[in-house]
Design a protein around this ligand. Structure first.
Ligand SMILES: CC(C)[C@H](C(=O)O)[C@@H](O)C(=O)O
Ligand code: SF4
Length: 473
């Protein structure tokens, strides 16, 4: 029998028609929409007099533009207000479920999908948003699409897709203390570069990946896109089933048992072939941080910024330009650099486990004087749990400001912007020029590293503080 990868199995089950030498017509199980990339798609449907084919397969939430304070009031910014308003009108008109601002299930689209159990193994999922790859953590083929494809999916529940190449990244071994899944993915991107995954769909495998919680797996799949890949996925297992059991939209009773029996078949067959494979050892991975303007420019927190020794002239120019934007020089150590802001949030690391990590670390301590510390839960559910578990109180006592759910300073399409020239250590996924506000400087790191930076006010290896604290005891 033909050996298939997990990706092949899901892909093949969703191809409606193969066009010789062309793309496949590919069926989409779930379509998430948000306020930024859907308005034009709906407008075009209307112009063509076309209806949404399966409104029940579409789920909407406003997340990018929304303010993160006073969400019960009218949105002040005109463009944001109009986009959110349009989303409401479009959902109402076409019978699409909307998790609106202020409702119990509101949040970042890639946080609420899994948390409600809408995201399930074996599905195909798209959204007009590149970080749709997050849902791959459940063993789904999930990827971002453009606005014209959003229109296509609304109208037909299908898109035309050429099958990407397949890559497997295996990480074996046990992670050291203070090392998290964010460090794994920052490490991988630093190894293979921000374009190393271009043209591929990645399966993550190995004992280090298997040992991760669903939330940690989502962080990894989320950032697949930051190495140019179409998406990333992880085979479902007992951790996946336990996470989904009892969730609002997960199957119940007999349907649950049948679903799990099917989900268990969603594994790459032994001997199935990939176009490219990488293997890493968990013991080589340590807390990571970026120093440049793409997510591949990352080093271990304890290390220095790479020098230009041996660098090709063509590469050197853009490398130095990137460092200049950041106000850094080649060869400087990362540790000890002064930081102005910390941001805990986004679809990469704005889930409850991330807030728990930060709260545990800062408990009984105070943030450094020069630091502005923002915590933005990824969803209302995360916010609610954080309050119930007492995390919010701990964080506020440490001097953090809690804001309401949304994309917030991850991309500054809203009021949450890092001022020009200021440094932010952020749990989000992108560090491009101006990403967190015009002139802002972003350093990507794990929630634990961000917590350590909040306390010291400078770049800090969280393990140094853990050691210090252990000594004090
Ligand atoms: C606004 C949206 C289209 C964009 C994306 O596709 O990823 C955003 O979510 C981002 O993270 O940059
Ligand atoms: S949190 Fe950031 S990365 Fe995620 S969808 Fe929003 S803007 Fe994009």
């Amino acid at each position: 029998m033909e050996k298939k990868t997990l990706f092949d199995k899901i892909w093949d089950a969703h191809v409606i028609k193969s066009i010789p030498d062309g793309p496949d017509v590919f069926f989409i199980d779930k379509h998430f929409i948000h306020e930024v990339t859907s308005p034009v798609a709906f407008l075009n449907l209307e112009k063509r007099g076309v209806k949404v084919m399966f409104p029940e397969r579409t789920v909407a939430t406003p997340d990018h533009n929304v303010p993160t304070i006073d969400q019960d009031k009218t949105i002040k910014d005109q463009l944001s207000r109009m986009q959110v308003e349009k989303l409401r009108q479009n959902c109402k008109k076409h019978g699409i479920e909307l998790h609106d601002l202020g409702s119990d299930h509101h949040g970042i689209v890639h946080v609420i999908g899994p948390e409600l159990g809408i995201t399930q193994p074996g599905m195909t999922i798209v959204c007009g948003d590149s970080h749709t790859s997050t849902h791959g953590a459940f063993g789904t083929i999930a990827f971002g699409i453009g606005t014209s494809e959003v229109e296509m999916v609304l109208a037909t529940q299908c898109i035309m897709q050429a099958k990407p190449k397949k890559m497997r990244i295996t990480v074996d071994g046990e992670l050291g203390p203070g090392v998290s899944s964010k460090d794994i993915i920052l490490y991988i991107i630093a190894q293979i570069s921000a374009s190393g995954g271009t043209g591929y769909f990645i399966e993550y495998a190995g004992s280090a990946i298997r040992s991760l919680s669903m939330e940690a797996r989502m962080t990894i799949c989320n950032m697949s896109i930051e190495m140019g890949a179409r998406g990333g996925l992880i085979a479902p297992d007992e951790t996946t089933f336990a996470y989904l059991k009892g969730k609002d939209f997960a199957p119940k009773g007999d349907a649950w048992d049948q679903a799990v029996a099917h989900w268990k078949t969603l594994q790459t067959d032994d001997g199935a072939e990939f176009d490219l494979e990488y293997q890493y050892n968990a013991v080589d991975i340590e807390p990571m941080i970026t120093y440049g303007t793409n997510p591949g420019m990352g080093v271990k927190v304890k290390d220095s910024i790479p020098t230009t020794d041996g660098m090709k002239e063509s590469v050197k120019k853009s490398y130095l330009k990137s460092l200049e934007y950041m106000g850094f020089k080649p060869g400087e150590p990362m540790k000890g650099k002064k930081i102005d802001y910390v941001f805990v949030g986004s679809c990469t690391n704005g889930r409850i486990e991330d807030l728990r990590t930060v709260a545990n670390f800062v408990k009984g301590k105070k943030k450094a004087d020069g630091i502005t510390a923002w915590i933005v839960p990824g969803s209302r559910e995360v916010e609610k749990k954080a309050i119930e578990e007492g995390l919010v109180q701990i964080l506020e006592e440490a001097g953090f400001k809690l804001r309401q759910p949304g994309c917030s300073a991850c991309l500054a399409m809203n009021d949450d912007k890092i001022p020009s020239g200021k440094y932010a250590v952020s749990t989000s996924n992108r560090n491009f020029e101006g990403r967190q506000g015009p002139g802002s400087r972003t350093l990507l790191a794990s929630p634990l590293t961000v917590a350590a930076v909040a306390i010291t006010g400078e770049i800090t290896d969280p393990r140094d503080l853990i050691e210090e604290l252990a000594l004090e005891k």
